[in-house]
Design a protein around this ligand. Sequence first.
Ligand code: C5P
Length: 306
Amino acid sequence: MTVRVPAKVNLQLGVGPLRDDGYHDLVNVFHAVSLFDTVTAEPARELEVRVQAAPHARVAIGGVPTDGDNLAAKAARLVAERLGVDPRVSLRIRKAIPVAGGMAGGSADAAAALVACARLWDDRERPLLSRDDLMEIGADLGSDVPFAVLGGTAVGVGRGERLTPALTRGTFHWVFATADGGLSTPAVYGECDRLRAEAGRAAPWPGVSEELMTALATGDAKGLGAALSNDLQPAALSLRPSLRRTIDAGRDLGAIGALVSGSGPTCAFLAETAEDAGDLAAALDGAGVAEQIVRATGPVPGATLV
Ligand code: C5P
């Protein structure tokens, strides 16, 4: 059972106040892009996880746990529990999504494991677990997991886990600049709170950008580029000042939109056409402002059996 699962970029990440449970209320416009991890699930004597870089992908997998802490292993245990079976499965994860890169790679692997294990253990004719059930189980594993199951483009509220699909038209062309070394998501949220407190600013209550939704619905790349926003960007730049150079380089080299992806440190650039994306990728590569330059398009489907 092999499942392919996409990375995400946040087209809008509006961060509201810190809640009592340690999370922030969000308005999170997720967009799945064609940069994929795969997870292969096979019957085994006990639960085991192996992680490797996907062929041709330069992904540093050093930080990914291979024990019970791996989100995919946790996903397998939750599915087994719900179906009343033992989690006797070997999970092989092949990564092309940067680790701790702000593109929800760990959440993607969890989503893929949910789909793969459900397929392995659930009744084929009358499955007990629907796609919605898997998204609900996924929400317990991480705020971004339900979206990795769903894919496409969607607006997330709450922790980001309550999703509504968004209307989009056509395909958008992206260039991603990865960085050496990840950023910790809790640290970036913490820095966001700290910067707001320092400036004496209360956290705003975020709302969905109308400009963004219109640009998506009409397939207007320039409008989308102008409407991209990320409230975590100042915090990511504060913790990793070198990202400013990367963002500026992308803008100077013709990107029609540029922002830090999620909690970073990956930076995302929008191009108007596939050809422009090729030119931008080549120019960014030459500028030496990133560890690796990767092209992708969106939206693409969520975790899918291959
Ligand atoms: O849900 P997930 O485990 O992916 O979140 C990782 C961390 O990101 C949380 O522990 C929290 O510090 C931060 N976070 C947050 N508000 C959210 C989502 C995540 O503060 N809505």
